[in-house]
Design a binder for this molecule. Sequence first.
Ligand SMILES: *[C@@H]1O[C@H](CO)[C@@H](O)[C@H](O)[C@H]1NC(C)=O
Length: 230
Amino acid sequence: MACKISRRRLPFEALLLLLCFWAALVTGSEYMKYKDPKQPVNVRIKDLMKRMTLAEKIGQMTQIERTVASADVIKNYHIGSVLSGGGSVPAANASGETWVNMVNEFQRGALSTRLGIPMIYGIDAVHGHNNVYKATIFPHNVGLGMTRDPQLVKKIGAATALEVRATGIPYVFAPCIAVCRDPRWGRCYESYSEDPAIVKLMTEIIPGLQGDIPPGSRKGVPFVTGKYVT
Ligand SMILES: *[C@@H]1O[C@H](CO)[C@@H](O)[C@H](O)[C@H]1NC(C)=O
């Protein structure tokens, strides 16, 4: 059966069309290729880069500390990323909810920009989610290296990732894979071993933190999966 629009319905359809144009105009919801998940990543990047001003590019390459961040600062300077420096917390003994609210508030600023590029929040979760009150604290890398147990270290990565996500944070500055040969270096405790072979074994914490890349998938590209270790 042919589908045909009856004469009686035409004015209604026209009105609907007009309404759509009006909605697109006031909400600025014109089609943006870079926002279309069906487009290949390279196409989306090209489209977005073409639209960005120099100020927006500079802002996107800038990571600021949470003490100087606010929704307005992120919006006005097109800030791409925010971090907690060591010990930088939204409140003394802050709850998970307080952390999430802080990150969401920053994200609100980022999403309200002209291009709506989300910001990423990063933190040093280097032996568990160590800046956060009541988080599970694991031994530092120098202790974990002594276990010679990559599967244990992977589980620690997964547990850390779960707690980090619970505070609304998608990004950790970990692991440190330094090979410390001189204990006078002030962060030697963040090195798994002075033996590169052991440090290499312990990088198993990475698929713990970000999840396993499915078999046959491309390696060498950023990857994050669900919340459970497989
Ligand atoms: C934070 O927690 C610690 C230990 O539970 C407690 O001694 C301290 O008084 C708390 N500080 C604040 C500001 O709530």
